[in-house]
Design a protein around this ligand. Structure first.
Ligand SMILES: Nc1ncnc2c1ncn2[C@@H]1O[C@H](COP(=O)(O)OP(=O)(O)OP(=O)(O)O)[C@@H](O)[C@H]1O
Ligand SMILES: [Mg+2]
Length: 232
């Protein structure tokens, strides 16, 4: 049965492909100590998800990680361009983002997802795809009034003028997480401080490369190279 693109699927289980396992086994990146992880940033528009994610991605790369980003704007421009903003469409948007994040995590990446993902139930279903400890619900905690004041894309202004309907925080609900793994209070902290809090949480949870192991590996490959140079 094919799925009408305008009619979001209601089944949430991945379809199996005959002749092969449901999902390919983990592949690609193997950095000692790095464990596949999803940092799922949720918060209303203008909360600071993309801004903090950009800093966190850079910090994680500097830390020696392989990182992937799944941003709501990129999804809306392409993979999810057929979806609107009803609760059902938003749920489908979250489902697709989670499916992409799952593939990226199985490739071994630390995946940062930045998506309003306003409904608790949708986020819980996203979490359900991952093993315990892999999914970090990250609440980008910004009072709506502050997000509206920032309004980096002018969307709140347009929503107030009635040009946009079903806008989160205005005429569409936002349900804050009840027990997020990470909370980033952006009213009192800079993006760099928020990124550092998230990175520290990942370090504490043992998700990131062990620097000592990495150094040993680099030293080992350096020694092998110089031995080979001498032989040559
Ligand atoms: N502490 C902070 N953390 C994050 N962003 C901040 C902070 N203080 C100010 N800002 C500003 O708030 C704005 C946040 O915009 P951003 O696009 O990151 O939000 P978003 O949550 O990704 O929204 P959307 O869901 O619409 O994509 C930026 O202009 C950023 O510079
Ligand atoms: Mg964004």
């Amino acid at each position: 049965m094919s799925t009408d693109a305008t009619e979001p699927r209601t089944d949430t289980e991945p379809k199996s492909v005959p002749g092969r396992a449901q999902l390919s086994p983990p592949v690609a990146v193997r950095i000692p100590g790095q464990k596949p992880t999803v940092v799922w940033m949720t918060g209303p528009s203008g909360a600071g998800k993309s801004t903090i994610a950009a800093v966190l991605a850079r910090d994680l790369r500097d830390y020696g990680c392989a990182v992937g980003l799944v941003d709501g704007d990129d999804l809306r421009a392409d993979l999810c361009h057929d979806l609107g903003f009803s609760d059902a469409s938003r749920d489908e948007n979250v489902r697709r983002a989670a499916a992409v994040a799952q593939l990226m995590a199985r490739a071994g990446l630390i995946v940062i997802v930045t998506l309003i993902s306003p409904l608790r139930e949708s986020r819980a279903r996203a979490r359900g795809r991952f093993a315990p400890g892999e999914f970090f619900e990250t609440y980008v905690d910004t009072p709506l009034a502050l997000a509206e004041q920032r309004d980096p894309k002018g969307l709140y202004r347009r929503a107030r003028r009635g040009e946009l309907q079903q806008f989160t925080g205005i005429d569409s609900p936002y349900e804050p997480p009840l027990a997020p793994e990470i909370t980033l209070a952006t009213a009192t902290r800079t993006p760099a401080q928020c990124a550092r809090i998230a990175l520290n949480a990942l370090v504490l949870a043992g998700r990131l490369p062990c620097l000592e192991q990495l150094l040993q590996q680099l030293r080992g490959s350096g020694e092998r190279r110089s031995r080979n140079d001498r032989v040559a």
